[in-house]
Design a binder for this molecule. Sequence first.
Ligand code: NAD
Ligand code: ZN
Ligand code: ZN
Length: 374
Amino acid sequence: MSTTSAIIAYNSADGKNINWKYKSGIKVREDLKDHEVLVDMHSVGLCHSDIFMGVGDPDTFPRILGHEGTGYVAKVGSKVTSVEVGDPVILSFTYCDECSQCKAGYPGYCYDFIQKNLLGTDTDVTYTLDGEKVGGKFFGQSSFAKRAVVNDTSVVNVKSLNIKKEDLAKFGPLGCGFQTGAGSIYYSGDAKAGESCVVYGLGGVGFAGIMAAKIAGCNPIIGVDTNERKFELAKKLGCTHTIKAGTDEEVHDQIVEITGHGADLSFECIGGSRFVQNAINNANNRGKIVYVGVASFTETIEVPSLAFMTGGKKLIGSTEGDAHPQKFIPKMIEWHSKGQFPVEDLQKFYKIEDFQKAVDDMKNGNVIKPILMY
Ligand SMILES: NC(=O)c1ccc[n+]([C@@H]2O[C@H](COP(=O)([O-])OP(=O)(O)OC[C@H]3O[C@@H](n4cnc5c(N)ncnc54)[C@H](O)[C@@H]3O)[C@@H](O)[C@H]2O)c1
Ligand SMILES: [Zn+2]
Ligand SMILES: [Zn+2]
């Protein structure tokens, strides 16, 4: 048992909102299970899903969120083979590593994905504050805790990449937001040189998608957002065109004007079925539409049945960009080393205690990817 500090998420009385508070004096269980790793966090990126994920069983609150952590291994469980004490790690989502999806190399589609990553199924008492249980293992890591008990499937060992400590934090978002954006273009969308690509929503996910589309040789690359302040950076990182989202018709007309017949590859990363439907309508014949934006559990997508079929369109849902973190994160770091994936252009660093400023800056679009430092 040791003591740590963390941002704790509390459910509001009506269950509709979560409030975050930075607390110290939290007791951490250190008698690790076979496949657990104790990590001293160095940094954690903020992803839209941390803010959105007020959902889940109210009984799982209070709980510790955070899922773009980096840190150093402090202790390992008896069956952990991927890391040793002292190794630098980047943390990603967790998976069972036993089901047929995991065995096939698609851990993002693990049959236990939602349960293990989102819903808060930390049945053990890993953290307590003033005698009350605080849930952990969000995305297998709960990296809003300075010292966290993490599943070994969430751990990507980057020791062999010789990343300096001062550079480690910028790679934390490779664990979720950047992996999702780049993987959605690279794997789910199977982007090809010369394909026209439209990215809807210029957050951390969308910008990673733009960089991957440029690496793949897509042309044109069109970024769509309501916030024009993002357009200069979008052009620097790969967009040939930007569109300020007005009415759905205006967006449609501009995409057709630029592409001729609509987008070959569309990437929706705003969040909501309306945006997916627009992406389908704005797609070229044989167009691929990949979506990752998180909607509510009850939303449905309406597909224009005949036009979709006769157009040969393909609608692809994607979790974490179809990526396998232990393989894809080193690949993105390689892109970065070649200057093709300049993540620093998207980031701003904050002290962990200043998390509220970071959340506000992300919500109002001042910062694409805030990173909290321990
Ligand atoms: N499926 C997955 O595996 C996965 C993984 C990570 C994130 N996500 C989801 O992806 C989405 C994007 O995440 P993010 O961290 O980049 O979020 P973000 O909030 O940083 O970015 C969203 C962007 O959408 C823009 N936007 C809002 N309304 C718009 C509109 N009407 N038209 C055009 N643009 C609009 C915002 O200005 C912002 O730039 C979220 O829904 C997130 O939960 C999914
Ligand atoms: Zn599995
Ligand atoms: Zn995320």
